[in-house]
Design a protein around this ligand. Structure first.
Ligand code: HPA
Length: 281
């Protein structure tokens, strides 16, 4: 137990050191929005005027990105005059990172005073109404990873022991998203995201199961970070870029290349939506 406590204290110390480095690097306080970009979506922030870019490997204690489709840098800048952090690239359980390591970027944002987190990901569409290239606003999620970043001793300075999960995705931000989508002529679906550990993709029987338990999209990220963000008391909204249709009745092999290609093609539309939310939020 004592060893676990020490490990835990060490983690928070690392977060504080990373935050001190970033604060010093950018030289300004008061950034309250962060956006995490998922697979193939790094280039979605077209409206951003970057003021600083920090490669992840320069930030003390930051995990190293092992996935090629993830850029691996923290960008700081303004969108519609508001200060925003963009986390280009994230960490996944399937890379072998523990749940707290996956959440390190979110904890860094917490330490830097961020109050609103917008998460994006690439996902397979389970809902029969979806097509590849569509965007789904996440109304709720199902954590099927078998992991939770809050396991272990709780540090009350960073959040409470049993965070409420009854309203994870902020309805105000969802309304902003709907308004921004309407203004830009983007058709935005709403639905439930199921987060799995991966890295193997789903069998047809698993896809059928996911549909039956109420999932509309499936992916291998997001749920850990969102749980940490709830613990951090952030306002959260999330978007899944539907990169492929995961249909148990017509199973098709999903390739990472095709997923990245679809995500990259649709990234500017997502970017327009995100900048609309920053404007309205
Ligand atoms: N399954 C899991 N993760 C994904 C998928 C999928 O079909 N598409 C994009 N990310």
């Amino acid at each position: 137990m004592q060893a676990q406590q020490q490990k835990n204290d060490f983690y928070w110390q690392q977060v504080r050191e990373a935050a001190a480095y970033v604060k010093d690097y950018i030289g300004v306080d008061g950034t309250d929005i962060a956006i995490t970009t998922g697979t193939g979506l790094s280039e979605s922030m077209v409206d951003m005027s970057p003021e600083a870019q920090i490669p992840y490997d320069r930030i003390p204690h930051f995990p190293a990105s092992t996935v090629k489709s993830h850029a691996g840098r923290l960008i700081f800048g303004k969108i519609h005059g508001r200060r925003v952090f963009i986390l280009q690239g994230r960490f996944h359980l399937y890379e072998g990172y523990s749940a707290p390591r996956v959440c390190f970027p979110v904890r860094l944002m917490q330490a830097l005073g961020v109050k609103t987190l917008i998460v994006t990901n690439a996902a397979g569409g389970l809902c029969t109404d979806f097509s590849a290239g569509d965007i789904m606003a996440i109304s709720d999620h199902i954590n099927l990873t078998g992991e939770n970043p809050l396991v272990g001793p709780n540090n009350e300075d960073w959040g409470i022991r049993f965070p409420d999960m009854s309203a994870v995705y902020d309805t105000g931000l969802m309304n902003c998203a709907m308004q921004a989508a309407q203004k830009s002529g983007i058709h935005l679906h709403k639905g439930v995201y199921a987060g799995l550990k991966g890295p193997s993709l789903e069998t047809p029987a698993e896809l059928r199961f996911l549909r039956q338990v109420g999932a509309d999209a499936v992916g291998l990220s997001t749920v850990m970070e969102v749980i940490a963000a709830v613990h951090s008391r952030m306002r959260i909204c999330g978007f899944s870029m539907i990169t492929n249709i995961a249909d148990p009745d017509q199973p098709e092999p999903a390739s990472l290349e095709a997923i990245i290609q679809i995500a990259q093609n649709a990234a500017p539309v997502l970017g327009e939506l995100l900048s609309g939310i920053v404007r309205e939020a």
